[in-house]
Design a protein around this ligand. Structure first.
Ligand code: ATP
Ligand code: MG
Ligand code: MG
Ligand code: MG
Length: 563
């Protein structure tokens, strides 16, 4: 590719208020331009990088047997209503109506649509397992789009979904994805950690985030250099608070005012039918206890509105199914609920109430009818800053979430009726998982981790080009050698599929200083400098962008020396 024909609008002055290094460098080096808040245009260099990442994603997905498909971005509301996410997701979802007045939304993710197609097409265990994926646009009305392409309102995601007959199958596909994600981020040249992530309401199911450490990150990860423990901060806090459970102090606060659920639902803008609350309480024995509340119970509006963001289930039926409890259930709980409880305590979302039967009931509760317990607050649990695994001291680093994998179980297959007939003729829900990576975030994280004062230093695998040839002057001798090298490298390396090289030649009539500056800014890993002075000794220079090391090599050895 010829620089003179390539559209690379470099930029000197960056508008104020732009802080992330990746954002600054992508603008400066002409990779992207901003259309509006959270909306970006990828220019030729930027798009080449994204395509490099997408190719790696496709290769690694194919390796684990994933099949590429493509799903619409425009979705009918009904499917999202069936899982309840139409109601539980708030402003982040773009909603619209079609010409007939039918409610529609723009896809933030595709669990619903994937479960829908599975419900239509998968009938028998013989058709399972499956992994389907797409590299597709997602739309999310992010509260704070920031950092250039790190958090945009429209972005591309590689999202894959696994479908299995049982939990063992899900474990296998989850592991295959985790391994593929390791290969992907390693190939993309990222430094990253896999951390256990906040399971939120799906407390018993595993999820992991892939975090690229950089000061530009919005997330905190907790690391132990001694034993390799790595966790998302919420998880780490819950594990730390578990250790200090017995030091909790209680304080009585107030008795809730009674409010009808209808009023509360209205206040919160929720559909009453899907209204259920899960309250975490701590029993006298310091056991976390969970309380399920249905739409016919009376609640404390203020507490409820604080909790609802964290613990809103899609539908009452689903919630009960997931937790394996009856409506109005109150009691000491097992591991999965304890995990939710730990997190909620840490977030200040768990409350204590007296029990009228030791470790069992809460005061004033008639299951399924009224809720009138004495609320008490737990004072903030003191964190221990030691590793929950080995006791060594921990450190916290900022990181960018570049990928996330989830075990979904039957969360989507049940409400969308994705059932199959098992070997024994029994109807069973498909067990699902979902797995996402944002390629633009990968690109931006790579820049955050690989740059210097002069510009971007691309990892070779995702650079827009592998080599940039820089003729320093436009006299015929220099140009001729540079052009010959360009032809040769392209031809020779492209004849070996595994050593494919993409070459850029800076054929502009510009001063050497300008070419060097632009080359360092756009960050192609290898520069091949062809100058009059060197050619007198029949030599050219090969310069590594990262180390700025140069080596002179004879013109006739250039092609083999370059790689
Ligand atoms: P965050 O916590 O940063 O908002 P998320 O947890 O909402 O991200 P997921 O729903 O897990 O994101 O999506 C999977 C992947 O898609 C993320 O790990 C990230 O790489 C990418 N991604 C998510 N939101 C955005 C966005 N607004 N812009 C660019 N990439 C995104
Ligand atoms: Mg998000
Ligand atoms: Mg996240
Ligand atoms: Mg995530």
């Amino acid at each position: 590719m010829r620089y003179s024909k390539l559209f690379i609008p470099t930029m000197r002055e960056i508008p104020s208020g732009i802080n992330a290094i990746s954002h600054i460098l992508m603008l400066k080096a002409g990779y992207v331009r901003q259309l509006a808040a959270g909306l970006f245009i990828f220019l030729p260099l930027g798009w080449r990088v994204l395509n490099k990442i997408n190719t790696i994603l496709k290769e690694e997905m194919e390796k684990i047997g994933a099949q590429e498909i493509s799903m619409p971005i425009l979705h009918p509301a009904e499917i999202w209503q069936q899982t309840g996410r139409w109601y539980s997701i708030k402003e982040e979802m773009f909603r619209l109506k079609d010409r007939t007045g039918r409610d529609m939304c723009l896809g933030m993710t595709h669990e619903e649509i994937m479960a829908w197609i599975a419900s239509k097409e998968i009938k028998s265990y013989r058709q399972l397992p499956q992994i389907w994926y797409q590299i597709q646009t997602k739309l999310r009305d992010e509260a704070r789009p920031r950092g250039g392409v790190l958090r945009t309102r429209e972005f591309i995601m590689k999202d894959s979904y696994s479908f299995d007959i049982d939990w063992e199958g899900l474990d296998r596909n989850y592991k295959l994805h985790a391994e593929a994600y390791h290969r992907i981020f390693t190939r993309c040249g990222l430094k990253y950690f896999q951390v256990e992530s906040d399971p939120g309401i799906m407390g018993d199911m595993e999820s992991h985030e892939f975090m690229a450490p950089t000061p530009a990150g919005e997330d905190d990860i907790v690391l132990c250099d001694h034993c390799g423990y790595a966790a998302n901060i919420e998880i780490a806090k819950s594990q730390l608070s578990t250790l200090s459970h017995l030091n909790m102090e209680y304080k009585e606060v107030h008795t809730p005012q009674k409010k009808s659920v209808k009023e509360v639902a209205e206040f919160l803008g929720l559909d009453e039918r899907y209204f259920i609350k899960t309250l975490l309480v701590i029993s006298e024995k310091n056991e976390p206890v969970i309380v399920m509340l249905r739409g016919d119970q009376e609640l404390n509006e203020k507490k409820l509105s604080r909790i609802i963001g964290e613990f809103s289930f899609a539908t009452p039926e689903q919630a009960l199914e997931i937790l394996g409890v009856e409506p109005g259930f109150i009691g000491p709980t097992g591991h999965k609920i304890k995990k939710i409880a730990d997190i909620s305590i840490q977030k200040g979302l768990a409350y204590v109430s007296g029990a009228n039967k030791k470790d069992y009931h809460l005061q004033g509760i008639v299951p399924g009818e009224h809720f009138d317990a004495q609320w008490m607050d737990i004072r903030k649990v003191k964190d221990k800053d030691n590793c929950p695994k080995c006791g060594s001291s921990l450190r916290i680093e900022k990181a960018i979430e570049v990928g996330n994998i989830f075990k979904l179980g039957t969360k989507y297959s049940e409400p969308l009726n994705a059932y199959f007939l098992d070997k024994d003729g029994k109807e069973k829900p498909i067990i699902m998982g979902s797995y996402g990576i944002g390629p633009a975030r990968v690109a931006a994280a790579a820049i955050e981790q690989n740059h210097d004062a002069d510009g971007i230093i691309w990892p070779k695998s995702i650079a827009p080009f592998d080599i940039e040839i820089i003729p320093l002057n436009m006299n015929s001798g220099t140009i001729q050698i540079a052009e010959e090298l360009y032809e040769k490298i392209t031809e020779i390396y492209n004849s070996f599929a595994d050593r494919h090289m993409e070459v850029l030649i800076d054929d502009r009539d510009e001063r050497p200083g300008v070419k060097f500056k632009d080359a360092d800014l756009i960050g192609i890993p290898i520069q091949v400098i062809v100058g009059e002075k060197g050619l007198k000794e029949n030599k050219i220079e090969i310069k590594k962008r990262r180390t700025k090391e140069t080596k002179k090599v004879p013109v006739n050895k250039a092609v083999v020396e370059i790689v």
